[in-house]
Design a protein around this ligand. Structure first.
Ligand code: AHG
Ligand code: MN
Ligand code: MN
Length: 337
C-alpha cells in the first residue's frame, strides 16, 4: 500500500485544490490540522491502561454526561491543534457548553469547526473501537464565531465532514462534498494514506444496527420495521437479516460505509423530550453528509437530517442512515402514520 504510487492525505488535498479548485488553502490546512490531532488522539487511545488515560475525568458536560479522561483529553488536543492556524473563527464541541473563541494573539479565519472529540465513550475502557467526528461550516456574515447561533446551520451548509475511527487500524473517512474517501494511518510513517476513493454504500443490505433494549420505547413505524427484519425469511421481507451494534456510532457507521447496512437511533419515548439521543451538529449532520456522499441516505424518519434547522447548539435528533432502500422503507413507514 505504502509505495511510490500511494496517495497521502496531503497529496489528495493538494490535488483536490489544484485540479478541481474545490478547496482553498485554508480548508486544506484545516483538514490537515484535524487529521494531525486525530493522530495524537490515536496514539493516546492506543496506549490504553499504560498511558493513564482510562477511567473517569470526574467532571460532567453540558448534557449531564460523566466525562471520561479521554473525552477531555481529546477535546483539549483538538482545541490546541486548531487555535493557531488562522483558518477558524470558532470551535464548538460536545464537551463544551458554548463555542470556544480563538485566543486574541492568533489570527482568525472564516471557518467553524464542530466536533465530537471522542465518540463511543462507554467503549473506551473495554478496548472497543471509538472515534472522533467533525463538521466544517462557514462562519455566517456578521457573526464572530463565538455565538451558539453561528453554528446553528442546517447540515446542507457543511463544507466538509469526517470521522476517524480508532480501531485495529486508525481510519479517517472524509467528504469535501465530492464523494466520500477513506485514509488509513500508516503508523510507521505517521501519515494517512488513501485506501478507498469514492466509497459506495450498497443500496440493499441484510444487516441492521439498533439498540434492541429500547424496543419497548420505540414508535410504531420503527417497531413494525424491526419486527419485519427479525421475522426474516418467514416474514414479509422473505430474507434473513443479521444484527450488529458496537455502541460507538463512529464504528457502526464505518461498518455501513464499508459494506452497507442500516443504523438507527430513532425517536423513542425515553429520549423524546430531548428530541432524540444523538446530537445534530457533531454526530448526525457530519455522518449524514458522509453517508449521502457515499450514495446512502440519512433521515430522522420524517425528513432528511441535513435539512433540519437547528435551534440549539447541542440539539438532538433521531437518526436513521445507511443503505438507501432500507432508509427509504423505514422513512416511508413513518409517513404511513
Ligand atoms: P458519546 O460517547 O459521544 O456520548 O456518544 C455515544 C453515542 C453513540 O456513539 C452511540 O451510538 C450511542 O451513544 C449509544 O447509545 P446507547 O448506549 O444508548 O446504545
Ligand atoms: Mn458521540
Ligand atoms: Mn463524545
Amino acid at each position: 500500500m505504502n509505495g511510490p504510487n500511494s496517495v497521502s492525505l496531503t497529496r489528495f488535498l493538494i490535488e483536490e485544490q489544484r485540479a478541481k479548485g474545490k478547496i482553498g488553502a485554508d480548508l486544506r490546512l484545516l483538514i490537515e490540522v484535524v487529521a494531525r490531532a486525530c493522530k495524537t488522539i490515536s496514539i493516546a487511545v492506543g496506549k490504553g491502561a499504560l498511558g493513564g488515560v482510562l477511567g473517569e475525568a470526574g467532571t460532567g458536560n453540558v448534557q449531564g454526561e460523566a466525562q471520561k479522561k479521554l473525552d477531555v483529553l481529546s477535546n483539549d488536543i483538538l482545541l490546541e491543534a486548531n487555535e493557531w492556524g488562522g483558518h477558524l473563527a470558532g470551535l464548538a464541541s460536545e464537551e463544551m457548553d458554548h463555542p470556544h473563541a480563538i485566543p486574541h494573539h492568533f489570527p482568525k479565519g472564516g471557518y467553524l469547526l464542530v466536533f465530537d472529540p471522542l465518540d463511543g465513550s462507554s467503549n473506551i475502557d473495554v478496548n472497543v473501537s471509538i472515534g472522533t467526528i467533525f463538521s466544517v461550516l462557514r462562519c455566517p456574515e456578521g457573526m464572530t464565531g463565538t455565538e451558539d447561533e453561528a453554528f446553528q446551520q442546517p447540515g446542507t451548509t457543511q463544507v466538509a465532514a469526517g470521522y476517524c475511527v480508532y480501531g485495529p487500524s486508525t481510519t479517517l473517512v472524509l467528504t469535501l462534498g465530492d464523494g466520500t474517501h477513506a485514509f488509513t494511518l500508516d503508523r510507521e510513517v505517521g501519515s494517512f494514506l488513501l485506501t478507498g476513493r469514492n466509497l459506495q454504500i450498497p443500496p440493499d443490505t441484510k444487516e441492521f444496527a439498533i439498540n434492541m433494549s429500547n424496543t419497548r420505547f420505540w414508535e410504531a413505524p420503527v417497531k413494525r420495521y424491526i419486527d419485519e427484519l427479525v421475522a426474516g425469511k418467514d416474514g414479509p421481507r422473505g430474507k434473513d437479516f443479521n444484527m450488529r451494534w458496537v455502541g460507538s456510532m463512529v464504528a457502526d457507521v464505518h461498518r455501513i460505509v464499508t459494506r452497507g447496512g442500516v443504523f438507527m437511533y430513532p425517536l423513542d419515548s425515553k429520549t423524546a423530550a430531548q428530541g432524540g439521543r444523538l446530537r445534530l451538529l457533531y454526530e448526525a449532520n457530519p455522518m449524514a453528509f458522509i453517508v449521502e456522499q457515499a450514495g446512502g441516505a440519512a433521515t430522522t424518519g420524517r425528513q432528511r437530517i441535513v435539512e433540519v434547522k437547528p435551534s440549539k447548539l447541542h440539539q438532538r435528533v433521531p437518526v436513521i442512515l445507511g443503505s438507501r432502500n432500507e432508509v427509504e422503507r423505514v422513512t416511508g413507514y413513518h409517513g404511513e402514520g
